[in-house]
Design a protein around this ligand. Structure first.
Ligand SMILES: [Ca+2]
Ligand SMILES: [Ca+2]
Ligand SMILES: [Ca+2]
Length: 402
């Protein structure tokens, strides 16, 4: 049980400033993912890697393509994960060539980081994250509205005396927002927490249920009908629940499978069902692999599968549906690990970019018009106490050149 708690903290830490180092791999490096194309034959026009290193950069957790054809990446300045934790939210605008247009930070004396960003209709941004400086107690959610150059227009915080921990934000079709994560303000334990907010940050409704066990809202999507489907982590199982647009619970499922499954991401399938991606952990030996599960439109589990390298842990942590109906998965893994899968769970390719023996997090993905991808995330430096931010642009096959 202790080790499981350790692993879940590992995941939390990588996502959010926490208290435990990321697991450091000491085993031998795996074979680099096979590729049948010779390097010389690859046209790697305009692929690049940008690392933002040093004490002012910690991680990118989300990216969005801007209306003027650039990139906004958001994350944390926190570079050194040692108490007392401090740092601010980091916003950086870059061109599609990876050149920095501007960068901004936001926050007070305590800890802040930005976990999620969406475009506001006026050219500015809604940025969601966590704050200690402005909280009602412990950590709270924050929602920040900025101008197009990242300057604060207003912000609001959400949460009670206990800890609120954000996992993400969804931009809804009517312009409102869904922010979600967990709250410890109800009864002390971790309970699912989701808030629908208006474009001025006012709360429309809150979904929070007190449960005896640990329950988290990890990701969400809006169906074409306007319902909300939330991925839940329930103890050591994955789950899915559906809320109507007014916040009423329509159904909930918990997938009670042996071992530990953590479905951190959800996407919709062609038939109206759902694909979950995350990790599964076997008990002996303890090893995290990418976990995929597919559910029907009413949340019934159709199948689940795991795949990964037997030598290293990998945690699927970002998932997007591509324009051709396949899916791209980014992971916290040894190297920048990308996997492309179809909706039947077939792995079309897996690719490990950059040097091995270093843990990277592919925390957010975007598909570009040329078929390539952006990957934003973090680099774990020596000892698991120190992080840098990274952004890559790959070609359509997930390859990056110089
Ligand atoms: Ca701060
Ligand atoms: Ca709080
Ligand atoms: Ca389980």
């Amino acid at each position: 049980m202790f080790k499981h708690r350790y692993y879940i903290q590992v995941v939390f830490l990588v996502l959010f400033a926490g208290c435990v180092p990321v697991k450091t791999q000491t085993s031998t490096p795996p074979t680099i993912m096979p590729t049948t194309t010779s390097i010389a034959a690859i046209d790697r026009t305009n692929t690049w890697t940008r690392k933002f290193e040093g004490p002012n950069y910690g991680a990118f957790f989300d990216i969005v393509l801007t209306q003027d054809g650039n990139i906004l990446a958001v994350g944390a300045t926190n570079h050194l994960h040692m108490p007392p934790y401090s740092g601010d939210a980091l916003f950086m605008k870059l061109t599609l060539d990876g050149d920095v247009i501007w960068e901004q930070t936001w926050g007070g004396d305590g800890y802040e980081q930005a976990d999620s960003v969406v475009l506001a209709g006026d050219g500015g941004y809604f940025i969601f994250g966590e704050t200690d400086s402005y909280s009602a107690g412990d950590r709270d959610f924050f929602l920040l509205k900025t101008t197009r150059d990242g300057t604060e227009e207003w912000f609001k915080t959400y949460g009670g005396e206990g800890r609120e921990w954000p996992y993400g934000m969804l931009h809804l079709s009517n312009g409102e927002l869904l922010i979600y994560g967990f709250t410890e303000s109800i009864a002390g334990g971790r309970d699912e927490y989701a808030i629908r907010v208006a474009q001025d940050g006012d709360i429309i409704w809150e979904y929070a249920v007190e449960n005896p066990g640990e329950e988290l809202v990890l990701d969400a999507l809006e169906t074409p009908e306007g319902d909300l489907v939330l991925v839940a982590g329930i103890e050591e199982d994955g789950g899915l629940l559906k809320l109507a647009a007014d916040g009423n619970l329509l159904w909930a499922h918990r997938y009670e499978l042996p071992g530990w499954q953590f479905g951190s991401q959800v996407a919709q399938t062609e038939d109206g069902g759902f694909l979950l991606a995350g990790f599964s952990m076997s008990s002996s030996p303890q090893q995290a692999d990418t976990w995929l599960a597919r559910c029907t439109s009413t949340g019934e589990l159709e199948w689940e599968t795991s795949f990964g390298d037997s030598t290293f842990d990998d945690y699927a942590n970002s998932l997007i549906r591509l324009s051709d109906g396949t899916y791209l998965i980014g992971a916290i893994a040894n190297g920048i690990l990308l996997s492309r899968v179809d909706e039947d769970g077939n792995v079309l390719w897996r690719r490990s970019l950059l040097e091995q023996q270093t843990v990277y997090g592919g925390m957010a993905l975007a598909e570009l018009e040329d078929g390539g991808y952006l990957i934003a995330g973090l680099i774990q430096l020596v000892g698991g106490r120190s992080y840098d931010a990274i952004l890559l642009r790959t070609d359509a096959e997930g390859r990056v050149g110089e």
